[in-house]
Design a protein around this ligand. Structure first.
Ligand code: GDP
Length: 461
């Protein structure tokens, strides 16, 4: 069956230097022949070699639309493995739309979000985890996210999953053949061997599952809340971290009423910082919203930065905050270290009653101690370094769930062995683990899931 030819604007829909219209499918060359004219007017792009670039103009019948460069890629040597044409045009939204319209008028249909990548997957150029990583590469927020998704795109995760699946299928095959041919293949003592193999596999998979915590922290950023009583210096700290005046810094207590969000990159880590209104008891209604929000955010946060105004004594607000963060991953900043110190580490330690939070003296206003803060955060979350080596971080929740399910199936195999069940019981659960892992790379996945995954993509990819 002939596949439909699809087209979309592949570059951003804003005015920019160059825009790209992408066409993929069996009619891609027919379409371009109808709308492209070379300088001399006698060139047919369908007769030109693959991987060549051609200067000319796009026409809507006799009306000239734009001056362009056209890139030709013949199947299977293209992103989708289909005949593909890319039109590099001027990057104005109007002109890009006009060209797309002409392309659609001449035999292509609009591509759905992610459809080019979906075709790359369906045509076997990449597997599902690689396809998903394409979107991750595009939406990477920091160096880590980019490196990790490039690693995945290059097949690092696929490699690991295939290795594990290979071992599982090997055992299934052994069990099946031993059951078929008991005369020649002895299964005595096999259970013991299988237990050792399964333990190793589960250990590997559990490591991958565990990596997802750091993986998603690295990819999505650490949700961070800055707390402290009014005027402690929260906004000033945020400004010092961001390096620009975003939050409003003021002397009047309680002016930072709502929640500001700011993403900060520190040594490759992203902090999603929410600066909240100061936590304190108040009768003021507007003020109260901020306070409640601050308290509720403390619970949801991965990390809390508690700013103490050391030029004043601790008050009931501080006590409330200390109570709220005692069991949390938090750092305490002794701010206003440039002023005469009224409150010191000891007073806070006493109130913490045994909780061992790190304390750092800073001056948000004078930008002192901010570098130590950055180092300490990296240390707290990643023990100082973020290693890339050959560790694969699981950053996709779908992959993590599949791994969890597969581990569950292996646990059942283990139970069957330990309970002395017959061997054919092993292979059922082994097969489940095998299939579950297969969903990560897109083997035996339902169409619905494939559609759902690709619908999250952006246009033109
Ligand atoms: P917030 O209410 O906690 O957000 O506090 P702000 O950041 O608005 O700061 C309140 C006041 O304290 C402002 O006048 C700041 O300039 C001042 N401030 C903040 N940090 C420091 C500091 O480290 N040293 C000194 N001397 N003043 C500071």
């Amino acid at each position: 069956m002939k596949t439909e030819t699809i087209a979309a604007i592949a570059s951003a829909m804003t005015n920019s230097g160059i825009g790209i219209i992408r066409i993929s499918g069996e009619d891609a060359f027919d379409v371009i022949d109808k709308i492209y004219r070379s300088q001399k007017g006698n060139k047919l792009l369908s007769k030109c070699k693959s991987h060549t670039i051609h200067y000319g103009h796009i026409y809507d019948e006799d009306e000239i639309i734009d001056e362009v460069m056209v890139l030709l890629m013949r199947a299977p040597n293209s992103y989708t493995r289909e005949d593909t044409v890319e039109i590099d045009c001027h990057g104005g939204t109007l002109v890009m739309r006009r060209i797309l319209e002409v392309v659609l008028k001449n035999g292509a249909r609009p591509a759905e979000p992610g459809e080019f990548t979906k075709r790359a997957f369906l045509n076997g150029r990449i597997d599902l985890s690689q396809a998903e990583s394409v979107m991750d590469v595009i939406s990477s927020k920091n160096d880590f996210a980019l490196k990790s998704s490039m690693q995945q795109l290059n097949g690092a995760l696929t490699g690991k999953i295939k290795e594990i699946r290979g071992k599982i299928i090997h055992e299934i095959a052994f069990i099946e053949s031993a059951l078929d041919d008991p005369e020649h293949i002895s299964i005595d003592g096999y259970g013991e061997n299988l237990l050792i193999i399964i333990e190793k596999l589960m250990q590997k998979m559990n490591q991958m599952i565990a990596s997802s915590e750091n993986g998603s922290l690295l990819k999505e950023g650490i949700n961070t809340v800055i707390v402290g009583k009014p005027n402690a210096g929260k906004s000033s700290l945020l400004n010092a971290l961001v390096g620009r005046e975003r939050a409003i810094v003021t002397d009047i207590a309680g002016t930072t009423r709502d929640v500001l969000e700011e993403q900060i990159n520190l040594n490759g880590i992203t902090l999603n910082i929410m600066d909240t209104a100061g936590i304190r008891s108040t009768e003021d209604v507007v003020e109260k919203i901020g306070v409640d929000k601050a308290l509720s955010l403390v619970d949801k946060a991965d990390f809390i930065i508690y700013v103490v105004d050391t030029s004043t004594a601790l008050d009931e607000n501080d006590e409330k905050i200390i109570d709220a963060i005692r069991e949390k991953k938090a750092i305490i900043l002794l701010n206003k270290s440039d002023l005469i110190q009224v409150t010191g580490e000891d007073e806070i330690k006493e109130k913490l009653s045994g909780a061992d939070h790190k304390m750092i003296a800073i001056s948000a206003k004078e930008n002192l101690g901010i570098d130590v803060l950055e180092e300490t955060i990296t240390e707290m979350f990643f023990h100082g370094t973020i290693s890339f080596n050959d560790e694969v971080y699981i950053t996709n929740i779908r992959h993590k769930n599949a791994l969890i399910q597969a581990v569950e199936s292996l646990k059942l195999v283990k139970q069957s062995v330990e309970n002395g069940m017959p061997e054919d019981f092993y292979s059922i659960d082994l097969m489940n683990a095998y299939e579950e892992l297969g969903t990560i790379i897109g083997e035996a996945v339902e169409d619905d899931l494939v559609n759902e995954i690709f619908s999250k993509f952006c246009m033109g990819k």
